[in-house]
Design a protein around this ligand. Structure first.
Ligand SMILES: [Zn+2]
Length: 309
């Protein structure tokens, strides 16, 4: 068993989108509730409360004017950043805690406390671009973590894999100009946000987009995803793997039409871990992205955590 950290921050619950918004706080609350029913798994984890990312850390991926715009809207009490993306009084603390959890995940992976981690955070991050919020996302959690790993931990090559049902357009936009980062995104097509065509490989051919129709047998998604991961690492050995673990790719999610089961979550997680063992001693930093059926997300997180170990 490898030590796995479960990283969270109570401030992530303070991003108040309202109960009618699919990305509501109940998504996170379901996770510890489910974990309590798995005492063996619960006790095996290193429970870690993350920190807040600093403004400078947000600037690893975002424009200062955008970061200030988010802060100003939060200071005013909240409002809309885009038609889907709202902020409340607590959203600055939530979003910086979300990023900070991942940054701690990176540090923990390198200082020996836990080789692997999962950060149960919200708001999600993979749609946010340099100067704009989008698709429920404020800051590019995973993209910032990749830049941080290179700046703080001396990483030279980082692989990001994203199995959320939506294209990680923000992550792609934030990393495609940096050839030290390879990015694999599998997503439903055609679907929100409309980007991520197979022939969109980024300016340095470091992006592997895997658009897939809805409703296929689950094995087709698993095979396509892992084939892309292998293609992305053919002549590129990452020293850290980041997972954008969106569980809206599960069968029955209200915002997606993929058909993954808990078994597939286990298979995907193990396949990434096995490869990470070969590449970089097994360092994997995973974080929640989408997933809008809270109990299903929680069950998937339990399976994902167990498979990380
Ligand atoms: Zn999604």
């Amino acid at each position: 068993m490898t030590q796995v950290a479960f990283i969270s921050h109570s401030d992530c619950g303070r991003h108040d989108t309202g109960w009618n918004h699919p990305e509501h706080v109940g998504r996170l609350r379901a996770i510890p509730r489910a974990l309590r029913h798995e005492p063996e798994l619960f006790e095996s984890l290193l429970h870690h409360e993350g920190r807040h990312a600093t403004r400078e850390e947000l600037l690893l991926s975002h424009d200062a004017a955008y970061v200030d715009r988010v802060a100003a809207l939060v200071a005013k009490g909240g409002g809309h950043l885009d038609p889907d993306t709202v902020v409340s009084e607590g959203s600055w603390d939530a979003a910086t805690a979300g990023v900070g959890c991942l940054l701690d995940g990176v540090d923990i992976a390198f200082d020996g406390r836990a080789l692997r981690s999962f950060s149960a955070v919200r708001p999600p991050g993979h749609h946010a671009v340099r100067d704009r919020a989008m698709g429920f996302c404020l800051f590019g959690n995973v993209a910032i973590a990749a830049q941080y790993a290179m700046a703080q931990q001396g990483c030279e090559r980082v692989l990001i894999v994203d199995w959320d049902v939506h294209h990680g357009n923000g992550t792609q936009a934030l990393v495609e100009h940096d050839p030290r980062i390879h990015f694999v995104s599998m997503h439903q097509w055609p679907w929100y946000p409309g980007t991520g065509a197979a022939n969109d490989c980024g300016p340095h051919n470091t992006i592997w987009n895997v658009p897939m129709p809805a409703g296929l047998p689950a094995a087709r998604y698993v095979d396509a995803f892992l084939a892309a991961v292998d293609a992305a690492t053919e002549s590129f050995t990452p020293d850290l793997v980041l997972i954008s673990a969106g569980f809206d790719s599960l069968q029955g999610d209200p915002l997606g039409g993929f058909t993954l089961t808990l078994d597939d979550v286990r298979t995907l997680t193990r396949a990434v871990v096995e490869r990470a063992e070969r590449w970089c001693g097994g360092r994997v930093v995973s974080a929640l992205e989408g997933g809008y059926e809270p109990d299903a997300v929680a069950q998937a997180v339990l399976v994902h955590l167990a498979a990380l170990a």
